[in-house]
Ligand binder design. Structure first.
Ligand SMILES: [Zn+2]
Ligand SMILES: [Zn+2]
Length: 248
């Protein structure tokens, strides 16, 4: 089927909206998703400008939220109409997935950064030519297909327009604090940069019981939001030396 997608034609090119992108047929464990919204993550921009090796042209986007339109015959957990947030693919079968650390899936690169579907076929084509995908998702689209394991069902009463960054930015920030830093009640945590990743890290520090949660940014409006979401202290490091401020 033809869809509209934001295509990056070559390294450094601007996003170009094309309405003649051909979406691949669904596989047996695929969901067809009507995209409602997507976050944009620094990784999208890094791949657009060529900070990592990737094929072009490409359809980026890996923080999608949407509604399931169709399900493949082997799908067990989803039905048409389900609201979902899309994330990276973890195989569920390697040693790291089986010990409960899907973020370190040993098959991560093959499944998320190869630019093709798991069987090596094209997720998208333009004029019959291959267009690479991202995370086997490519949320900068009106419709995409993803495997069942890329999707997480969310309650229908939540506003899908707000949920996309849960698929990357929020799990990155909160996972770093909850799984790796593991602060204890009474600890102090400082978070540099209060975008989606930083705000999630900050909120994870808060629910871990950190007494002092210091948000550092150079944009006052972001610091105001950080305060609203639980920062006990904020520092605008454009005006104040953050390290010196910590010492006081
Ligand atoms: Zn990301
Ligand atoms: Zn795995």
């Amino acid at each position: 089927m033809k869809i509209t997608a934001a295509v990056v034609d070559h390294q450094g090119a601007d996003f170009e909206l094309r309405d003649d992108v051909e979406l691949c047929p669904m596989g047996p464990d695929d969901l067809q998703i009507h995209m409602v919204a997507t976050g944009i993550c620094h990784s999208d921009e890094a791949l657009r400008v060529g900070d990592a090796t990737i094929d072009y042209p490409i359809v980026l986007g890996h923080e999608g939220s949407g509604i399931v339109e169709k399900v493949g015959p082997e799908v067990t957990q989803f039905q048409p109409g389900d609201h979902v947030v899309l994330s990276f693919y973890a195989c569920g079968q390697c040693a790291n997935c089986l010990r409960g650390v899907p973020t370190q899936c040993l098959n991560y690169a093959h499944n998320n950064l190869s630019g093709v579907r798991p069987d090596g076929s094209s997720h998208f084509t333009l004029d019959g030519h291959h267009v690479a995908d991202m995370f086997d998702q490519s949320s900068f689209t009106t419709t995409t297909v993803v495997r069942e394991r890329n999707a997480v069902k969310v309650p229908r009463e939540l506003d899908l327009r707000m949920l996309g960054p849960l698929g990357c930015g929020y799990v990155t920030g909160s996972g770093t604090v909850l799984n790796t830093l593991q602060p204890h009640p009474g600890d102090t945590i400082a978070v540099f940069g209060t975008g989606a990743v930083g705000l999630a890290a900050m909120m994870a520090g808060r629910i871990s019981g950190c007494t002092k949660v210091i948000a550092v940014d150079i944009v006052d409006s972001r610091l105001a939001l950080a305060k609203e979401l639980g920062a006990t202290d904020t520092i605008n490091s454009r005006n104040t030396d953050a390290v010196q401020a910590f010492a006081i």
